[in-house]
Design a protein around this ligand. Structure first.
Ligand code: MRU
Length: 351
């Protein structure tokens, strides 16, 4: 994945550079975020999206949010930083990576409370860059750990976009496919288009095609028929938050795909980094599900497709129960038939 999804430009007075994912695949445009409002807006409107990428954006957002802070003592600085992290944390509720990234930044500030404010700002910038670099390594490791689940000639269904665009680089679910292809395995993929915002058709189909992987686009409601008619070997998706018992929230439509997979005896895999686990919640019932505005459902690319003033329900995510998941592929290992004990053993702590 040669395209950098997100990067920091310059020194502490610099800015965040993002691919505007709302415009892909028609236009490749970068946006620059220089203050907390612009990065909040980029996260909220899905210019930057995908759980790990949102975590990185949040960490870099904390830096743009405090870089002009003129506090002279740690307490005033940290108070202002907490306001910035609370504000950024209110952009989207489901992907726990955002809160993980923001907390990691707060922890670093606190560990360095004895240093000058200017030193702390530079330390925070280095931490945000480290989070980005670590994510790139983690995604490669997820690919390495998962690729053995795919055999030469296998056909996969995926949903939404869990590729390089959703991470620092390379992806999570797509990392498994990229790594298998790099090993010389011939892999083909059906990509669900993923209404309402079409991350599957706009982003996943684009990434896989660019990588030279055989990809076929289907509408979300074609998945059951495709599994019945074609030889599908597995489903691989990403996740936005995984509870302590292995229940996994991902893009709306993932849960129904897991039910379809179960009905057809097709293994259903989730690929995600340790930072996507929320061990503070016992089950998926506690995962906050983002609800977005009606326009995403009543229109496609700005064209109205529903009557005026129609009532709309637009949950952005759903929860797949651990009982529907054959394995969770992480950088720390593969958790087969996930449950509380196995999640605890492999993930343990992720701070
Ligand atoms: O609303 P989005 O596009 O941010 O949703 C993204 C997903 O659901 C992804 O599958 C998930 O974040 C995993 S990304 C590696």
């Amino acid at each position: 994945m040669p395209l950098p999804t997100i990067e920091w430009i310059g020194e502490i007075d610099g800015k965040i550079k993002l691919v505007d994912q709302t415009l892909l695949p028609n236009e490749l445009k970068y946006v620059y975020c220089d203050d907390k409002e612009s990065i909040y807006h980029a996260i909220k409107t899905l210019m930057v999206r995908g759980a790990p990428a949102i975590g990185i954006a949040g960490a870099m957002g904390a830096v743009v949010g405090i870089k002009n802070c003129d506090a002279e003592d740690f307490e005033s600085f940290f108070n202002e930083m907490k306001q910035v992290t609370a504000y950024l944390g209110s952009s989207r509720p489901t992907a726990v990576n955002l809160f993980w990234g923001l907390k990691r930044m707060e922890d670093v500030a606190q560990r360095n409370s004895q240093k000058s404010v200017s030193e702390i700002k530079n330390i925070l910038l280095e931490e945000a860059k480290t989070i980005l670099e670590e994510d790139k390594t983690i995604c490669r490791k997820i690919g390495e750990n998962g690729e053995s689940l795919l055999e030469d000639g296998n056909c996969v269904i995926t949903h939404c976009n869990a590729g390089g665009l959703a991470t620092g680089d390379y992806g999570t679910a797509l990392a498994v496919m990229f790594a298998a292809a790099e090993k010389g395995k011939n892999i083909s993929v059906y990509a669900d288009e993923t209404r309402p915002l079409l991350q599957g058709s706009r982003l996943t189909a684009w990434e896989l095609k660019n990588a030279g992987i055989d990809v076929t686009l289907i509408c979300d409601n074609m998945a059951a028929h495709t599994m019945k008619q074609r030889k599908i070997d597995c489903v691989i998706v990403g996740a936005d938050r995984i509870a302590a018992n292995g229940d996994a929230a991902n893009k709306i439509g993932t849960y129904s795909l897991s039910i379809i997979a179960k009905e057809h005896d097709v293994p259903f895999y989730v690929a995600a980094p340790a930072s996507t686990f929320d061990l503070s919640i016992a089950s998926g019932d506690e995962i906050p599900i983002e609800e977005r505005g009606p326009d995403e459902v009543t229109s496609i690319s700005g064209n109205k497709i529903a009557p005026d003033d129609i009532k709309v329900f637009n949950p952005a995510f759903d929860v797949t129960p651990a009982s529907n998941i054959a394995a969770i592929i992480t950088e720390r290992g593969v958790i087969n038939s996930p449950n509380k004990e196995k999640v605890e053993t492999v993930i343990g702590n992720n701070t």
